[in-house]
Design a protein around this ligand. Structure first.
Ligand code: HEC
Ligand code: HEC
Ligand code: HEC
Ligand code: HEC
Length: 147
């Protein structure tokens, strides 16, 4: 009888230890901070204009989890949080309105286009206007190359 009781107690204690150890091991393997390795920085290079401001990945990928490999789409709200507003961006290139070539105040759509119709961060940007005005865009006749 006494022997069974001890055995039972021993069993319960071992079970607790296993659960405790498992939880501890998990805690240790889950990083508290998002770790950005050199390889990740190389794989997802940031545009020069942002690089020289030392923009961290998290400025744009906040709330997208702890695994940088799984970062994804960045809403333009993030861009606008620093670049103020579409109106502000349009006004900064107001001198281009004279020839109707302000990319931020499109002759067709006004200041409504999504940033990612032209700007990319980790790959070369692609100017959407060139879909229909290839010559003017490729020769930089209307505007400079999309940064
Ligand atoms: C943490 C703030 C911040 C965020 C977020 C941010 N930017 Fe910027 N960006 C800047 C600053 C500051 C500059 C340099 C000053 C300027 O041109 O306004 C800049 C410059 C630029 C330039 C200028 C290129 C040039 O040659 O003049 C482009 C294009 C740009 N950003 C696009 C974007 C887009 C698109 C996003 C969203 C994916 C974005 N930015 C998100 C702060 C930010
Ligand atoms: C239709 C294509 C297009 C769209 C859409 C677009 N851009 Fe641009 N952007 C350009 C081009 C082209 C330039 C360079 C213009 C020039 O100087 O000739 C530029 C320049 C810039 C600059 C530097 C010029 C400045 O204001 O000093 C910033 C910052 C910028 N874009 C941010 C944005 C953000 C943020 C968005 C989204 C709200 C956006 N752009 C949407 C094509 C676009
Ligand atoms: C200025 C904003 C900005 C910063 C800073 C930034 N990203 Fe991004 N990231 C984007 C945008 C915008 C996209 C959407 C695709 C694109 O434009 O290249 C993206 C897409 C991604 C993707 C999805 C895969 C893909 O190419 O579509 C990964 C992964 C990623 N970024 C990782 C990173 C890492 C790692 C860092 C830091 C070294 C970083 N990003 C810094 C804006 C940013
Ligand atoms: C889906 C096709 C398409 C796209 C994309 C497009 N355009 Fe156009 N655009 C046209 C057509 C069609 C015309 C009228 C015919 C013409 O003049 O070539 C035109 C005319 C123009 C004109 C001449 C009108 C004038 O008043 O001188 C300008 C400038 C222009 N577009 C600028 C732009 C800019 C800047 C963008 C990018 C923000 C753009 N377009 C994107 C199809 C397009």
């Amino acid at each position: 009888m006494r022997y069974t009781k001890t055995l039972f107690l021993f069993g319960v204690i071992s079970l607790f230890s296993v659960v405790f150890l498992y939880a501890e091991a998990n805690k240790a393997s889950a990083p508290k901070e998002v770790v950005i390795t050199k390889e990740m920085k190389k794989k997802f290079p940031i545009k020069n204009h942002h690089e020289k401001l030392s923009l961290d990945c998290m400025f744009c990928h906040e709330g997208q989890g702890k695994n940088p490999e799984k970062f994804g789409y960045v809403d333009e709200k993030v861009c606008i949080s620093c670049h103020k507003s579409k109106k502000h961006l349009a006004d900064r290139l107001k001198f281009m309105d004279k020839l109707h070539v302000n990319p931020h105040n499109s002759i067709h759509d006004g200041p409504t286009l999504y940033c990612d119709e032209c700007h990319n961060e980790h790959k070369p940007s692609v100017n959407m206007c060139s879909e229909c005005h290839e010559k003017e865009i490729q020769t930089n006749l209307w505007m400079r190359k999309t940064p």
